[in-house]
Design a protein around this ligand. Sequence first.
Ligand code: CP3
Length: 342
Amino acid sequence: MTKLLLRALAGETLPTPPIWMMRQAGRYLPEYRATRAQAGDFLSLCYTPDLAAEVTLQPIRRFGFDAAILFADILLVPQALGADLWFATGEGPRLSTVASAEDVARLKSADQIHDRLGPVYETVRILSRELPRETALIGFAGAPWTVATYMIAGRGTPDQGPAHALKDRDRATFAALIDRITEATILYLSAQIDAGAEVVKLFDSWAGSLKGRDFDDFAVAPARRIIEALKQRHPHVPVIAFPREAGDRYIGFARATGADCVALDNSVSAEWAASHVQVDGCVQGNLDPRHMVAGGPELVAEAQRITRAFRGGPHIFNLGHGITPDADPDNVAAMIEAVRSA
Ligand code: CP3
């Protein structure tokens, strides 16, 4: 029996969708907080394979999700390319910045990333041994634009202003940075697949701030290049693309990039996406994460509305973005029950 997640990704319409959640291993779970305290800081948790595998498995044990996602972070790639990275408590990530052609030239070459990322591949190997037979293992990376926004600004930014400024001032330098991240991402995801990842996901969390030609050049083109290279090496490994807040640019995104599935954020309605995006194949999403905090009848109604809207084609149930630290684990169980009884 093939795993439910892989069946949906192969284009099968299922009576009940497979279920997992972005950030399912995270601070809303007391067992995650305990393991993170044991590791010390967040990056040590990412780079300690036994502990990273442990937190990946925690939500699988508690909820029996159909997929586990490798515990790591999209910012490990810039660090492997030579950026300094640290997490200021309560403030999010901080990185040394890339602002000029010289800064891009100083980055390591893509094939040097493995020197630093070995522990991540080891986490994948542990997980592919320890996961239940029915649970699929998802590897991931940040998409080049989203990773570049952090490398250029040195932090998260509400409007990605510094990255847009570099792109508009010096498109060649910006494109060279995108190319370097693209090459590193191909090698990184390929190594995760070699270690046992069965599906990979590209997180383009800030795709929504790219418009017009910029969206084509820096969201579509790098995703297409990464997916083409992966398909050459690993033709049977499905790819989920998440161009978050792409709006009407979700239409045709799978066809334009070769992705097997498009993940939807909660700013688009499931009914709209069923007729405009799911027509091209599998979709993932898209419950508003705030329902995992509030719970109650609204959570049940929304989870069931989404499940029913996507019932006519391949669908993976997920949130529209990551579950937040203030979510109640009991609401996760209620969500799963609602989807399965829709
Ligand atoms: O989904 C999962 O459970 C897998 C692990 C995962 C993490 N980050 C763990 C994490 C994944 C897939 C990511 C992706 C990621 N990381 C993205 C893209 C998806 C998205 O959320 O838009 C981005 C933009 C990042 C960068 C990042 N990492 C930020 C901005 C932060 C700080 C914000 C926060 O929630 O604290 C992180 C830290 C981070 N990554 C945490 C986790 C569980 C929280 C760290 C902690 O334990 O303190």
